[in-house]
Design a protein around this ligand. Structure first.
Ligand code: ADP
Ligand code: MG
Length: 314
């Protein structure tokens, strides 16, 4: 295609909410063989809601809510936002439904003074967050995070966790001072168009794959809902990039669609990296395409556009 054709395609893309960062990726998109989707915030709405809580070891509700929100306030992860909102609602507006202006509430929640100071905060992609509150170590995340910190998970809590995971929910463990004090169940609905897009890609000759840092049980439950056969779970961020490389081995062109910091190595590794516009800046920077409308149909539109633009020189 001529430089003019590329310019025109870029303009058409922009009109559909697709930001194309280079002619190279525009050309490659026409022959995408695998489309690897991140789960949380990509296939799901990233509007997670806390649906279940269980407290252990004499932890009190008020203290628990304050602790988890204070620990998660520094994280950009969709799960973190859900936890902060949940804590805020329950501490201050127990009777107000979640259909309130969520953005305003979340913003308020993040700037308020009700949070405790979290020291030495670190976000651990694929695992959760860690910090110190009142000089005691606070952990919010998955089994891996707790195992690495040698926090025991009692059988009762493990059973509760398994139940959540089998119903497509993500279970989040909370430890304070090296003791498990609570488990949260988070439900994140699928994007409305997700199943249609998966089906559409298959019809176009591109095989959909789901890759996630979330646990196997939740991942399988979600993949089943979407009719995705190839699933990889409990994958760390570097593992996502490795997975991209393994799909590229036979020369296949691989697209990665993701939204998070944890997806950025894979977005960079892919032949065509597509970042969800509502995602984190780091993901957007690593990608070749930005899907500004946060709608997965843009993946199909992007491939179509490339095929139309480069049809004649094949
Ligand atoms: P995905 O690949 O589906 O986007 P991530 O790699 O972002 O998932 O996260 C994987 C897992 O790590 C989550 O399912 C959760 O258990 C844990 N996790 C990551 N970030 C957080 C956080 N801020 N709070 C709690 N748990 C987290
Ligand atoms: Mg994600």
């Amino acid at each position: 295609a001529t430089p003019t054709a590329v310019m025109v395609a870029t303009g058409v893309g922009a009109k559909h909410g697709i930001l194309i960062k280079g002619g190279d990726a525009l050309e490659k998109a026409k022959q995408i063989r695998y489309v690897i989707f991140d789960k949380t915030g990509t296939l799901t709405q990233g509007k997670a809601q806390v649906t279940n809580t269980k407290l252990y070891n004499g932890m009190e509700t008020g203290e628990f809510l304050t602790l988890i929100a204070s620990a998660e306030a520094g994280s950009e992860h969709p799960l973190a936002k859900a936890i902060v909102d949940y804590a805020y609602h329950h501490l201050f507006f127990d009777n107000i439904s979640a259909s309130q202006d969520e953005k305003r509430l979340a913003k308020e929640a993040r700037s308020s003074k009700w949070l405790l100071e979290a020291q030495e905060f670190s976000a651990l992609p694929g695992k959760g967050v860690q910090c110190f509150i009142n000089a005691k170590k606070m952990l919010v995340g998955n089994r891996k995070l707790l195992n690495e910190n040698r926090v025991a998970i009692p059988e009762e809590a493990e059973n509760f966790l398994v139940g959540l995971e089998e119903s497509s929910k993500t279970g989040i463990l909370v430890a304070y001072d090296d003791v498990l004090v609570g488990v949260l169940g988070v439900s994140d609905p699928l994007k409305r168009e997700a199943a249609i897009v998966i089906e559409g890609l298959r019809k176009m000759g591109a095989e959909p794959v789901m890759i996630t840092g979330d646990n196997w049980r939740t991942a399988r439950a979600v993949a089943k809902e979407l009719n995705i056969q190839d699933v990889r779970a409990e994958v760390m961020p570097a593992g996502k990039a490795n997975a991209v490389h393994s799909f590229q081995k036979d020369g296949s062109i691989v697209a990665m669609v993701g939204d998070g910091i944890n997806d950025s190595p894979a977005l960079a590794a892919a032949d065509v990296g597509m970042a969800i516009g509502a995602g984190t800046d780091i993901a957007i920077e690593a990608a070749d395409y930005v899907l500004m409308r946060n709608n997965l149909e843009e993946v199909i539109t992007a491939i179509d556009l490339s095929r139309k633009t480069f049809r004649r020189i094949r």
